[in-house]
Design a protein around this ligand. Structure first.
Ligand SMILES: *Cc1c(COP(=O)(O)O)cnc(C)c1O
Length: 428
């Protein structure tokens, strides 16, 4: 068969290909449901662009201060319309997701305030931002304290603990939608909405920020539809659609977003400055593609779980579970298996397919990390990529794929490398 031949030319054996095809046959309904969400979100994005009369003048480059940058300002109106918020800050000057979160936190927390995470430990890089791990310029250094309520062993919210941690100094509550480098479940938008409602019932004026990284367009609603005061994310993940080469966004209530703009540029300057440097075509077109790109990545995640769970590797989410982000964790159980998996993802890449991923001590992470990515945009994790900290339980976090077909190839290649290393045996 022709398809099998081209896969074989790429290095996927007939046995691995056949195993993949068998798994796929069971996924037709799942894929159809993912396509329906993408269809809804495509319409949502289109509607936001039409409402805001996007036209060619919005694609013009600005330089210097970027005063009167109508393309930038209109993009922010489009983002606000997509996320149903009063305001948005969408900028290439926001260098990554951690930066966007840092801006949102430091703009809305003052000395003496307390930040609460009701969902356990935050994403690794935020530990230094908050000061959980001592760090220069952390929130802690500026007199902002931090409290945390851990999740119940079941993965649910510990409402009793959360209530007891909310005090008169609690100013901002941070909720991370995606699991990050943890093996807890990711939260649905509905679950996040319940948690927000609970926190606001305990303290009506508390502000809630959701770290929305990897969650955008996975469901038809976003946390901002259910009471979040800010949703924050990276443009080299879902909402950039693979085309944005840099950037981050903060969408939310005007009073919060305005403060973020002053923190990002300078008090008094705010949203008025910040040249777009010619990136508007990529930002607009990337957002336009984001719903379908996210759907392709989701199909990859579902496929990976079905493939690996069938071979006895624990997966979070499980093969049959609903999806709330594009991340698939596969617990491989050893350093060797993690490296083999990543070699496969790397070998499937359009860029740098010939290199071998090696573990390294990445800034912001407290253990060695291995990463596989052959991306058009460095570090872009809406592109096919896999990474994970080299520590027990040796889970690899797999995400992205600008097309479903590429995600499929990457997953098959990862399995191929495990099989070649004798780390997995395919069923007959
Ligand atoms: C990726 C990610 C971040 C940080 O984003 P960077 O762009 O890598 O700085 C924060 N939180 C979560 C949940 C993420 O997935």
């Amino acid at each position: 068969m022709e398809l099998q031949e081209i896969y074989q030319a790429l290095g996927v054996s007939p046995a691995v290909f056949a195993y993949g095809e068998r798994a796929l046959e069971r996924l037709r309904d799942r894929f159809a449901a993912i396509d329906r969400v993408a269809e809804y979100n495509q319409a949502k994005v289109l509607h936001a662009m039409q409402q805001n009369r996007v036209n060619a003048t919005h694609f013009a480059a600005t330089t210097g201060y970027g005063y009167d940058d109508e393309g930038r300002d209109n993009l922010e109106r489009v983002y606000a319309a997509v996320f149903h918020t009063q305001a948005a800050l969408v900028r290439p000057q926001i260098t990554c997701g951690t930066h966007a979160l840092t801006v949102a936190l430091s703009a809305n927390l003052l000395p003496g305030d307390e930040l609460l995470s009701p969902v356990g430990a935050p994403y690794d890089t935020l530990e230094e931002v908050i000061g959980i791990r001592p760090s220069k310029c952390s929130l802690k250094e500026y007199g902002v304290t931090y409290a945390q309520a851990d999740l119940l062993p079941s993965g649910g919210f510990d409402y009793g603990a959360i209530r007891s941690k909310i005090n008169e100094r609690t100013k901002l509550i941070t909720i991370q939608r995606s699991k990050g480098y943890a093996t807890r479940p990711s939260f649905s938008v509905g679950q996040i909405g319940e948690l927000i409602a609970f926190c606001k019932s305990v303290k009506p004026d508390v502000k809630v920020m959701v770290d929305n990284c990897y969650g955008e367009f996975v469901e038809t609603r976003e946390p901002s539809d259910l009471g979040a005061d800010m949703v924050v994310g990276s443009l080299i993940k879902n909402p950039g659609g693979g085309l944005a080469p840099i950037g981050g966004y903060i969408c939310g209530r005007s009073e919060c977003v305005e403060r973020c703009a002053y923190r990002l540029s300078a008090p008094g300057l705010g949203q008025e400055v910040g040249a777009n440097l010619g990136l508007m075509p990529a930002f607009y077109q990337g957002l336009f593609l984001a719903p379908t790109v996210t759907a392709g990545a989701l199909k990859g995640a579902v496929f990976a779980a079905n493939l690996y769970e069938g071979l006895g590797f624990p997966c979070v989410p499980t093969a049959g579970e609903g999806r709330h982000d594009i991340i698939q964790a596969v617990t491989l159980g050893s350093r060797e298996a993690m490296l083999a998996f990543c070699r496969g993802i790397q070998a499937a890449a359009p860029v740098d397919s010939y290199v071998t991923p090696e573990p390294w001590a990445m800034p912001g992470y407290d253990s060695e990390v291995v990463m596989a990515a052959g991306a058009f945009v460095q570090g872009s994790s809406i592109e096919l990529s896999a990474d994970g900290p080299i520590r027990p339980p040796y889970a690899v976090y797999f995400q992205g794929g600008l097309t479903w077909q590429h995600a499929k190839l990457g997953i098959l290649m990862s399995l191929q490398k495990l099989a070649e290393a004798g780390l997995v045996k395919l069923p007959e």
